[in-house]
Ligand binder design. Structure first.
Ligand SMILES: NC(=O)c1ccc[n+]([C@@H]2O[C@H](COP(=O)([O-])OP(=O)(O)OC[C@H]3O[C@@H](n4cnc5c(N)ncnc54)[C@H](OP(=O)(O)O)[C@@H]3O)[C@@H](O)[C@H]2O)c1
Length: 281
């Protein structure tokens, strides 16, 4: 596994992380019936990722997967892991942020969260109030870094301006070969400020696990032909910029292992250029 520093946190995260959003039906069943379909297999998959050297796991209070993450990280050295979760957009008033964070800490079974992210902006809550609460959590040692997700550049800059002392460490956005909107203004801003861009749906929500245009041509130029389409799609992200961290979701041991191995594939500028020629987005 290869690692690189996550923004200015000083922490070295694996080039490939693990996402834990299963699907909307899975969440609904967990919320209504307390069911966690395929829990053992999902837990085993996360453990396989940790065994392969992945140290970055992303979850969210709304995903109902924090307890599975807790099971996976139990017994690991806490300071060797980077655990990220998110506060939902309906919980952005000050008291609600603090309450959500404490609930997530309990579910995750950890004394602190490495990265606490605002899942989505909410125009009904002043951003200053939410960022004030995030800064309080940081000062109290309950979280180690502040992140956002699904914010436009303007919303991001408002959030940055609302912080008194702390800085935003990351933004989490839909980003892959088939979804490149982030490159317009958010990625350049993040590169300039050394803010991490966590790429969600890095496999295009499953579209890039099958052979895509340009894959065969890239393979011709790679010495070792073993790489799968999903590994090329993941490598395209982290080879593109130091600030990008893909977090594929995989529910089986085999898929997680393949995703983790992608970290060993560094695409060259020529290979990146091949993929640039095709407009997959
Ligand atoms: N911030 C946000 O608003 C937001 C929104 C959506 C998602 N996210 C985050 O981003 C993560 C990733 O998103 P996603 O899970 O929907 O999309 P994704 O990672 O782009 O694609 C997931 C799909 O790819 C499959 N897959 C993964 N590795 C594979 C492999 N090596 N070979 C073949 N198939 C493979 C998975 O199958 P299996 O499950 O069967 O392994 C699943 O069907 C989420 O888990 C979540 O943490 C964030």
């Amino acid at each position: 596994m290869r690692y690189k520093e996550f923004a200015k946190t000083g922490f070295k995260c694996s080039l490939v992380g693990m996402g834990t959003f299963y699907d909307a039906l899975w969440i609904a069943q967990a919320m209504i019936f307390g069911l966690q379909r395929g829990k053992d297999r999902k837990l085993d998959a996360l453990k396989a990722g940790l065994e392969a050297g992945v140290n970055f796991i992303d979850t969210a209070e709304i995903y109902r997967s924090e307890s599975i993450v807790a099971g996976a990280i139990k017994g690991s050295k806490r300071d060797e892991l980077f655990v990220a979760t998110k506060v939902f957009q309906w919980h952005l008033h000050e008291d609600a942020v603090i309450k959500s964070c404490k609930r997530s800490l309990l579910k995750l079974g950890t004394p602190y969260i490495d990265l606490y992210q605002i899942h989505m902006p909410n125009s009904r809550v002043p951003i200053g109030e939410t960022m004030g609460a995030m800064e309080k959590l940081l000062n109290d040692g309950l979280i180690r870094a502040i992140g956002i997700s699904n914010f436009s550049l303007k919303q991001m800059q408002e959030a940055e301006a609302a912080l008194k002392k702390a800085e935003i460490s990351s933004t989490q956005m839909n980003y892959s070969l088939v979804h490149r909107g982030v490159e317009k203004d958010i990625l350049p801003h993040c590169q300039k400020e050394n803010i991490a861009v966590i790429a969600y749906f890095p496999l295009g929500h499953g579209k890039l696990v099958r052979e895509f245009v340009g894959y065969a041509e890239v393979m011709k130029s790679v010495e070792d032909k073993k790489w799968t389409p999903s590994q090329v799609a993941l490598s395209w992200l982290f080879s593109r910029s130091e600030v990008i961290f893909p977090i594929p979701r995989a529910s089986t041991r085999n898929h997680v292992q393949l995703d983790a191995q992608a970290a060993d594939l560094q695409l060259t500028p020529d290979q990146m250029q091949i993929l640039e020629r095709y407009n997959l987005a």
